[in-house]
Design a protein around this ligand. Structure first.
Ligand SMILES: Nc1nc2c(ncn2[C@@H]2O[C@H](COP(=O)(O)OP(=O)(O)OP(=O)(O)O)[C@@H](O)[C@H]2O)c(=O)[nH]1
Length: 370
């Protein structure tokens, strides 16, 4: 059970699921084809677009096919898609601004898409850089086209117009993105806080709240589906003496070493946590009561063999209960607690389940042969 604190870095990069990517490629291929056929049927298709549309549509379809083959290289395909869209939109708009091609063109109105698509396909940092490159290229290409047959003032006027519109796109997108990133940070922090609220700060294993949650769930599964569980309450023997002899700090270290040692012995179907003080609980979902008893004995022996600092030695007492012998969780806890008490009072360093506790009582009650 590796249930220790983990501090994962905040991931602010939106991940586009492959299905969304493919859907966008289909959308791109369909919309380019639609605009292509509109331009052809209305007779406004330019020689540039007549060549560019089929190239773009083929590129989207090839990328779509590749997305099924190069599943690990999707980021590269995202970039290729972005480069296709941006490359087309800038070049067509600049081309239509050349005087000899100076027929009516609505291609500039599409330039804003370059910024939207950047944030859609690339991670935040790359998108930021890509939009700046795209912005500069857009202005440069349009200026180069316009200056050939217009005055400097006219060329600058059109370029400034495009620049303002494009800056508005970038600013609005940046604001939306910032709001979304802030929202994500808050959400991830809330998740991290909730995680931390389930761990004990000293031993870094699960805490009482977490144990209660897990035991509740186990008890419900037992009642609904018949999935068995056992409870092991573990108490370190004479722990007060450790504190008294070696100090509270050493006592803390013993608790940490003890928690680490036990964690290493447990498997995924055993849930381990600190109930409070020097008392710990294991919720085990092993089927057989015999196996759980053996596990408890193994843990007791492991703790007995632990090499602690300053030649300290510790032992533990374990009280057990099984779901079958209780009608609810509270009763299961009471039985385990009762058995722990019996383990303590029969000399400590013992594992006690209800059977063992009853046997012990019987022996005690038997009249001694005289
Ligand atoms: N160092 C340290 N000590 C703790 C912590 N929590 C509880 N304790 C100590 O654990 C000791 C528990 O003492 P008792 O309840 O008398 O039990 P015990 O000495 O272990 O004796 P038995 O349980 O009867 O075997 C107390 O001295 C507490 O101060 C902790 O987080 N750190």
């Amino acid at each position: 059970m590796a249930d220790h604190f983990h501090h994962e870095p905040l991931n602010l990069t939106p991940v586009m699921p492959p299905t969304v990517f493919r859907w966008l490629l289909v959308l791109a291929a369909v919309s380019f084809s639609a605009i292509w056929s509109i331009d052809v049927s209305s007779g406004i298709i330019s020689s540039f677009d007549a060549a560019a549309y089929p190239i773009c549509v083929s590129s989207f379809l090839v990328t779509l096919a590749l997305s099924f083959i190069l599943k690990r290289q999707l980021t590269v395909l995202h970039f290729v898609t972005y480069a296709t869209v941006a490359g087309y939109l800038i070049s067509t708009s600049a081309w239509h601004h050349l005087a000899e091609n100076g027929i009516f063109s609505n291609s500039t109105q599409w330039l804003g898409l370059n910024y939207v698509v950047a944030y859609l396909f690339l991670d935040v940092r790359k998108a930021g850089a890509a939009t700046i490159v795209v912005f500069i290229t857009t202005l440069g290409a349009h200026f180069a086209a316009l200056i050939q047959h217009n005055t400097l003032n006219e060329a600058l006027g059109v370029v400034a117009n495009i620049a303002v519109a494009n800056i508005i796109y970038m600013a609005l997108l940046w604001t939306v993105l910032k709001m979304r990133v802030n929202g994500e940070i808050i959400q991830q922090k809330a998740q991290a806080m909730e995680e931390h609220a389930l761990f004990d700060p000293l031993t870094r294993i699960r805490n009482r709240r977490s144990l209660e949650r897990e035991m509740d769930a186990a008890d419900q599964r037992w009642h609904r589906k018949g999935e068995r569980y056992s409870i092991l309450i573990i108490d370190i023997d004479h722990f007060k003496q450790i504190n008294d002899l070696h100090g509270h700090m050493e006592g803390d270290q013993v608790l940490r070493d003890f928690a680490d040692t036990l964690t290493k012995q447990l498997q995924s179907n055993q849930f381990f946590g600190r109930w409070g003080g020097e008392e710990f609980i294991i919720l085990s979902r092993m089927d057989s009561q015999k196996d759980v008893f053996q596990l408890a004995q193994h843990l007791r022996e492991t703790v007995e063999r632990m090499q602690l600092r300053q030649m300290m030695k510790i032992t533990i007492s374990i009280g057990m209960s099984h779901c079958e012998e209780a009608s609810n969780l509270v009763q299961a806890m009471t039985i385990a607690d009762h058995n722990l008490y019996a383990a303590k009072h029969s000399g400590r360093n013992k594992v006690m389940d209800s059977q063992a506790a009853e046997a012990l009582t019987r022996i005690r009650q038997e009249p001694s042969p005289t």
